[in-house]
Design a protein around this ligand. Structure first.
Ligand code: FBP
Length: 547
C-alpha cells in the first residue's frame, strides 16, 4: 500500500502503554461487582458471568510463559479512529504472551463469524495499518449477534481454527451481545473466552470504569477543526447562518465537546430539550431568538450546532417515532407495497390522532426519512434525517412572521452541513493511538489470565499514558433491563449527557455570552509532533469530568 509522507512517519510512531503493561504483568482482583440496576434480573440471566470482580494489572517481577493459543477479533458497528491500533495492540500483546500465538480477523463485522469469513492477521499485515484510521484491515458490519443458532455457527469456525478467545470491538449494543455470547459459551463449556473493547465516536459508552470510548477524541477534534474553519469563514464574510449537524445517534456528547472546543453561538443539547419537555416549535423559537438578538446588533451571521439524535429527544417526536417503530414492525410489508406518492397519506391515516397530526405537520422530506428502514438494532437511522435543514427552514419561517410583526429586522441566509463520516476514519490523534493500542494490548492480557465476559478498561486517562491504569470490568456490571421491541432485555446502559455534569455546566455557564458575542475558537488540525500541550491533550469532556 502506498503511503503519504505523514502516514510513513506515523507508521513509525510507537504508541505509549501504561507502565503496568510494559513488562511482566500480574492481576489484582477487586471486590465483587453488581450491575448498575436490576441486579436480581441480570444475575439470573448471567449466572456464569455476573458478580465477577473488577481487575487491575500491576507490574510483576518475572514473566510466566503462557501456552500457545489462537484468538479472533471482530470490528462491530460504525467506524471509529484507532480501531487498527486496537488490533495492533492485541496482536503485540498476544505475541508477548507467546510468540506462537495467532490472531484471526473475522471479516465485515459479526457476520464474518457466523458466515465463517476470516483472514489470519500476520505481522506484515498489522504493520501496514499501525496508527492509521479506518476499519479496513478486516472491515466492519452491523449484523446483530444474538441467536443461539448464530452462536453455534460461530463456535464451529472457532473450533476449526482452534480459537480460544474472541475480542469484540464495538459500542454498547455490540458489547451487550459480547456479554450474552460470553455467558452462552461459558454455560455450554465451549472453552472460548469473550472480551469486549469500548468503541464509538458517539462517546456514549462510558461509566465509572470506562472513561471514554475510543474514537470520540479524534472525531471531535476533526469536526472542531472544520467547525473552526467555518466560524472563520463566517466571521470573515459575515453573511450566513451555518446550521451544522453532528453525528451521535442518541447522546449529544460530540456536539457538546465541539461546542466547548469552538464556542459557537448556539449548541442544542438533546438531553436538555428532553428534560425541559420542549416542543419542536420551542426549539425553533430558541434558535430564532438567538438570530434576532444578533441581528439587533447588526450581526446577521452565526453558527448553530445540532446533535443528530435531536429529533428523537423532542418528547412529542419520540412518541411519534415509537408508534411508527411499532406500526412499521407489524405492517412493514404492506407499507413497502404502497405507491411512493401514497405513503404519506397511508401513515397519516393509520396513526393515533396526536401522532398523525404531528406527522402531517412535518416537511415532506423529514416525514419520508422517518419511515425509512431501521438499522439491525431497531434504531431509526438518524444520520439520514436532515434535522439541520428542518430547523433552518422552520427558523426562516418564524423569522419571516416576526419580520411582518416588526419584531425582526435583519437578514437570514443559511448554509447547511453534516459532519459524521468525515471524522470516523480519520487518522487517530496521539490520545486515540495510545488509548487504542493500550486497550488491545490489555485485552490480550485479560485473555492470558483466562478471563471472559470482561471489557478491556484503561483508566486515569487525563494523566500521561504511563500512569494509565489497565484492567478489566465485568460487562454485566454496566447492564440494566430496558424495553426493546416490546420485551425487557438486559443491555449496557447508554451514557447520555448529564445535565449536572461538568461539561454541560461549563457550556451552560458560557452560552449566553457566546450566543450574543462572537467568541469563536479556531482549534486547527490535530497535531502529532510538537509540544505535549498541543499534541497530547484529551477532550475537554474528559478533562472536565475528571477535574
Ligand atoms: P456506533 O454506535 O456503531 O459506533 O456508530 C455510531 C454512528 O457513527 C452514529 O454516530 C451514526 O448515527 C451511525 O453510526 C451511522 O451509521 P452508519 O455507518 O450505519 O450509517
Amino acid at each position: 500500500m502506498e503511503k503519504s509522507a505523514l502516514q510513513a512517519a506515523r507508521a513509525a510512531y510507537q504508541p505509549k502503554l501504561p507502565k503496568a503493561l510494559r513488562g511482566a504483568v500480574s492481576v489484582k482482583e477487586g471486590a465483587a461487582t453488581e450491575s448498575v440496576a436490576d441486579q436480581a434480573a441480570i444475575a439470573e440471566l448471567f449466572p456464569n458471568t455476573y458478580g465477577m470482580p473488577s481487575l487491575t494489572f500491576v507490574e510483576a517481577d518475572s514473566k510466566e510463559a503462557k501456552p500457545v493459543m489462537n484468538a479472533g477479533v471482530i470490528l462491530s458497528g460504525g467506524q471509529a479512529p484507532g480501531g487498527h491500533n486496537v488490533i495492533a495492540g492485541l496482536f503485540d500483546g498476544l505475541k508477548s504472551l507467546n510468540p506462537e500465538n495467532k490472531l484471526y480477523g473475522f471479516l465485515l463485522g459479526p457476520g464474518g463469524l457466523v458466515d465463517h469469513k476470516y483472514i489470519e492477521i500476520t505481522a506484515e499485515l498489522v504493520d501496514e495499518y499501525r496508527n492509521t484510521g479506518g476499519f479496513d484491515i478486516i472491515g466492519s458490519g452491523r449484523t446483530k449477534l444474538e441467536s443461539k443458532e448464530q452462536f453455534d455457527k460461530g463456535l464451529e469456525i472457532l473450533k476449526e481454527l482452534d480459537i480460544k478467545a474472541l475480542v469484540i470491538i464495538g459500542g454498547d449494543d455490540s458489547n451487550t451481545n459480547a456479554c450474552v455470547l460470553a455467558e452462552y459459551y461459558a454455560q455450554i463449556k465451549a472453552g472460548v473466552q469473550v472480551i469486549g473493547c469500548p468503541k464509538t465516536i458517539d462517546g456514549d459508552l462510558k461509566n465509572s470504569e470506562i472513561g471514554t470510548s475510543f474514537g470520540f477524541d479524534t472525531a471531535c477534534k476533526v469536526y472542531s477543526e472544520v467547525i473552526g474553519n467555518i466560524e472563520r469563514d463566517c466571521n470573515s464574510a459575515k453573511k450566513y447562518w451555518h446550521f451544522i449537524k453532528l453525528m451521535g445517534r442518541s447522546a449529544s456528547h460530540i456536539a457538546l465537546e465541539c461546542a466547548l472546543q469552538t464556542q459557537p453561538n448556539l449548541c442544542i443539547i438533546s438531553e436538555e430539550v428532553e428534560a425541559k419537555n420542549m416542543t419542536l416549535d420551542e426549539v425553533v423559537e430558541q434558535v430564532a431568538t438567538t438570530v434576532a438578538n444578533r441581528a439587533a446588533k447588526g450581526d446577521n451571521y452565526g453558527i448553530v450546532l445540532i446533535p443528530e439524535g435531536l429529533i428523537e429527544f423532542i418528547p412529542a417526536m419520540k412518541r411519534l417515532i415509537a408508534e411508527l417503530n411499532d406500526f412499521l414492525a407489524h405492517n412493514g410489508e404492506e407499507f413497502a407495497m404502497i405507491k411512493k406518492s401514497a405513503k404519506r397519506e397511508y401513515i397519516i391515516s393509520h396513526l393515533s390522532p396526536e401522532n398523525s397530526a404531528i406527522y402531517a405537520s412535518l416537511p415532506e422530506g423529514v416525514a419520508r426519512q422517518l419511515t425509512l428502514d431501521r438499522d439491525p438494532h431497531g434504531n431509526v437511522q438518524v444520520s439520514l434525517i436532515d434535522t439541520e435543514k428542518l430547523l433552518g427552514e422552520m427558523v426562516g419561517t418564524k423569522l419571516a412572521e416576526w419580520k411582518k410583526a416588526g419584531k425582526f429586522n435583519g437578514k437570514f441566509s443559511t448554509q447547511y452541513h453534516f459532519f459524521g463520516y468525515e471524522g470516523r476514519c480519520a487518522a487517530p490523534s496521539n490520545f486515540d493511538a495510545d488509548y487504542c493500542y493500550s486497550l488491545g494490548y490489555n485485552a490480550a492480557m485479560l485473555i492470558g489470565e483466562g478471563k471472559t465476559g470482561y471489557m478491556s478498561s484503561i483508566k486515569n486517562l487525563t494523566a500521561p499514558a504511563e500512569e494509565w491504569i489497565a484492567g478489566g470490568v465485568p460487562i454485566t456490571m454496566m447492564m440494566n433491563m430496558e424495553r426493546r421491541h416490546g420485551e425487557m432485555k438486559p443491555v449496557i446502559q447508554k451514557a447520555l449527557v448529564k445535565l449536572d455534569g461538568a461539561p454541560f455546566l461549563e457550556y451552560a455557564a458560557n452560552r449566553d455570552h457566546w450566543a450574543i458575542d462572537t467568541c469563536y475558537i479556531y482549534p486547527g488540525p490535530i497535531q502529532y509532533f510538537g509540544p505535549t500541550e498541543v499534541c497530547d491533550q484529551p477532550t475537554k469532556t474528559l478533562i472536565l469530568e475528571n477535574a
